[in-house]
Write a protein that binds this ligand. Structure first.
Ligand code: PMP
Length: 306
C-alpha cells in the first residue's frame, strides 16, 4: 500500500508508523469494531473532494450504535478530521479513507461496557479495488459456498469489522478458485451481496438490485439508483436467485471501492456479451461524473478539501 504521512488517532495526528495499539486491545480478540470506506476524487476544476462524506460518517456512527460502541466524537468532528487529514497528507489527487471505531486496551472478557472506544482515521492513495482492467472489461464471479451471515445472528446493516470474517472466507475461496470476486446468498438462497460490494443485474432494460434485507445499506447502491432514475432507466428492488443471474443481460458490482465494476461471467456462465454492457457503461460514466463534480445535481455530495 502507498503510505501517507499521518494517521488521525483519537483527535491527534500521529506519524504513519507510530499509529499503534496494544495487543490486548479488545477488538483484536473479539472482533467488535466498525469501519468506513470513503473516497475522495480529483474534480474537474483540479481540486479534490470527498464524495458523500456525511453519509459515510453517519453510517460509521450508526454501525457503532448497532454494535454497542459509544463513539466519543460527533459526525461534525469526524467529518472535519477527515478533511484535515487529507489536507495534512497532501492527498490532493484523490484518496481512500478508512475510519475505524474499535475497543482499546483495559478490559478482557466479552462484556465490553467498560472497554474504551477508540477512533482512528487513515487515508492513502488506492487504485481500483477490482483492478483498472476489471472496470473496463469486467470481472469473473463465483457464487460462494458461504452464506451471508443472516440478520438473526449478525448485525448485517452495520459495517461491522466482525462481518468481514464472512466476507474474507468467501473472497479467499473465490480468488483461490480462479475468480475475482464472490457473491453471497442469504440463508433463504437469494442473492445478498458480494464480499465487499453490492450487486445489480439488468434484464430487458430494467435495473434490478436485491433489497437490503441481508446486506449493508450501500451508499453507492443509492447513488446508482438515483443516477439510473435520472437517466430514465427503470429500477426495481426485488429478490434475485442464482439462476436468474446466469441469464441476465448485464451484471455489475457497486461500492465505494468497487465503484461500478462490470461482471463478465458467473460460475462459468457468460453474462450478456461477456464484457461491459451498455447500461453498465452508462451508469459507470454517470458515477464517475458525479464523484468528480461533472454533474451539477450531485455537487451537494462533494466536500472539497482544497
Ligand atoms: N457490501 C459490503 C459487504 C461492503 O463491504 C461494501 C463496501 N463498503 C458494500 C456492500 C458497498 O457499500 P458502499 O457502497 O457504501 O461502499
Amino acid at each position: 500500500m502507498t503510505e501517507a504521512k499521518y494517521i488521525w488517532m483519537d483527535g491527534e495526528y500521529v506519524n504513519w508508523h507510530d499509529a499503534k495499539t496494544h495487543v490486548l486491545s479488545h477488538t483484536l480478540h473479539y472482533g467488535n469494531g466498525a469501519i468506513e470506506g470513503t473516497k475522495a476524487y480529483k474534480t474537474v476544476d483540479g481540486r479534490c473532494a470527498i464524495f458523500k462524506l456525511n453519509e459515510h460518517t453517519k453510517r460509521l456512527i450508526n454501525s457503532s450504535k448497532m454494535t454497542l460502541m459509544d463513539v466519543p466524537f460527533s459526525v461534525e468532528e469526524l467529518n472535519k478530521a477527515q478533511v484535515e487529514l487529507l489536507q495534512k497528507n497532501e492527498l490532493f489527487e484523490g484518496a481512500y479513507i478508512r475510519p475505524l471505531v474499535y475497543l482499546g486496551y483495559g478490559v478482557m472478557g466479552l462484556y465490553h461496557k467498560q472497554a474504551p472506544v477508540k477512533v482512528s482515521i487513515a487515508a492513502w492513495e488506492w487504485g481500483a479495488y477490482l483492478g483498472e482492467e476489471g472496470l473496463k472489461k469486467g470481472v469473473r464471479v463465483k457464487i460462494s459456498s458461504m452464506t451471508r451471515t443472516p440478520n438473526t445472528s449478525g448485525m448485517g446493516k452495520a459495517k461491522a469489522v466482525a462481518n468481514y470474517l464472512n466476507s474474507q472466507m468467501a473472497k479467499f475461496e473465490a480468488v483461490e478458485a480462479g475468480y475475482d470476486e464472490a457473491l453471497l446468498r442469504d440463508d433463504q438462497g437469494y442473492i445478498a451481496e458480494a464480499s465487499g460490494a453490492c450487486f445489480f443485474i439488468v434484464r430487458d432494460g430494467v435495473l434490478i438490485s436485491p433489497p437490503n434485507d441481508n446486506s449493508l445499506e450501500s451508499i453507492t447502491q443509492a447513488t446508482i439508483i438515483d443516477l439510473a432514475e435520472d437517466l430514465g432507466i427503470e429500477v426495481v428492488r426485488r429478490r434475485v436467485t442464482r439462476e436468474e443471474i446466469y441469464i441476465a443481460d448485464e451484471a455489475f458490482f457497486t461500492g465505494t471501492a468497487a465503484e461500478v465494476t462490470p461482471i463478465k461471467d458467473v460460475d462459468a456462465r457468460v453474462i450478456g456479451s461477456g464484457s461491459r454492457g451498455p447500461i453498465t457503461e452508462k451508469l459507470q460514466t454517470a458515477y464517475f461524473d458525479a464523484v468528480s463534480g461533472k454533474n451539477e445535481k450531485y455537487l451537494k455530495y462533494l466536500t472539497y478539501i482544497n
